[in-house]
Design a protein around this ligand. Structure first.
Ligand code: GLN
Length: 235
C-alpha cells in the first residue's frame, strides 16, 4: 500500500534524526502553515513569543500612522514578517535574506497564506541592498557561537542551515552588523526587535546602547530564558 510505503520512508528518515517537520515539509507558526527548504531555519515556538511581544508595537504604529512598514532581516521562511502581516492588516513587509532558496520559500509561504499583496522579498546581506525607512526592523539572526555549533542536536546541526545559526566567534557578528547600519533605515518612532540567545541579553543591549538605542521591552521564551529584545532609538 502506498500509505505504508510513505510512512515507512518517513520513519526511516526520522530514525536518522531528521526533524519531523522537515520530513513533512512544513510547520505551523503563529497559525500560518510555512513550507521549509534546505536554506531556511525551521521556525521555533520560541520565536512565536517574539512575534507576540511585537504585535502591540505594530498595532500602535498602524493606529498612529495607518501604515506599518516592516523589514525582516534574514527572513528565512518569512515566519516573523508573515505572522505580523497576518495579525496587523495595515502592515506591509520586506523579507531580506542572503539565500535565494530562502527568498523563494518565503514568497511561496506568503502566497500559501494569502499575504502576497503585502509582502516582498529582497536579496541582501543585512542592509546592503535595502533602501527606504521602516517602522519595525526585526531579525532572528544567527547567534550561536561557532565553537558551540558542533554540540547542537543532530536535528539542528544536520538540517537547519549553518548560515542561520552560526553567529561567529562570540555569536554576536549579526548584532554588530545590524547595530552598525540600522539607524539609517529606521523611521521616526521606529523600533528594532531581535531574537537573542539565552545568555546574550546584556551583550546585545550594550551593543545597541552604543548605537544610541534604549531597551523598551523584552521577553523570555517558553523555557524561561531571555529570547527577545525591543529597542527604540533615543532615550
Ligand atoms: N534558536 C535556535 C536554536 O536553538 C537558534 C536560532 C538562531 O541562531 N537564530 O537552534
Amino acid at each position: 500500500m502506498q500509505e505504508v510505503d510513505t510512512i515507512r520512508a518517513a520513519v526511516k528518515r526520522r530514525a536518522v534524526r531528521e526533524p519531523v517537520h522537515r520530513i513533512l515539509g512544513a510547520r505551523e507558526f503563529f497559525g500560518l502553515t510555512l513550507g521549509l527548504s534546505p536554506e531556511t531555519l525551521e521556525p521555533r515556538p520560541d520565536t512565536e513569543i517574539l512575534v507576540e511581544r511585537l504585535i502591540p508595537f505594530a498595532e500602535r504604529i498602524a493606529a498612529d500612522k495607518a501604515v506599518c512598514r516592516i523589514l525582516d532581516l534574514g527572513t528565512g521562511t518569512g515566519a516573523i514578517c508573515l505572522a505580523l502581516l497576518q495579525t496587523v492588516p495595515q502592515a506591509t513587509g520586506i523579507g531580506a535574506d542572503i539565500s535565494r532558496d530562502a527568498l523563494s520559500t518565503a514568497l511561496a509561504n506568503a502566497a500559501r497564506n494569502g499575504l502576497s499583496d503585502r509582502f516582498e522579498t529582497l536579496e541582501s546581506s543585512w542592509f546592503a541592498a535595502v533602501s527606504g525607512r521602516f517602522d519595525i526592523i526585526v531579525s532572528n539572526p544567527p547567534y550561536i557561537r561557532s565553537s558551540v555549533m558542533a554540540t547542537l542536536e543532530p536535528e539542528v546541526l544536520n538540517h537547519d542551515p549553518a548560515a542561520a545559526l552560526d553567529g561567529g566567534a562570540d555569536g554576536l557578528d549579526a548584532y554588530r552588523a545590524i547595530a552598525a547600519g540600522v539607524v539609517a533605515f529606521l523611521d521616526a518612532g521606529g523600533i528594532v526587535c531581535l531574537e537573542i540567545g539565552y545568555d546574550q541579553r546584556q551583550a546585545v543591549t550594550t551593543l545597541f546602547e552604543a548605537s544610541g538605542f534604549t531597551l523598551v521591552d523584552q521577553a523570555k521564551d517558553l523555557g524561561g530564558n531571555d529570547r527577545a529584545l525591543i529597542f527604540r532609538h533615543g532615550d
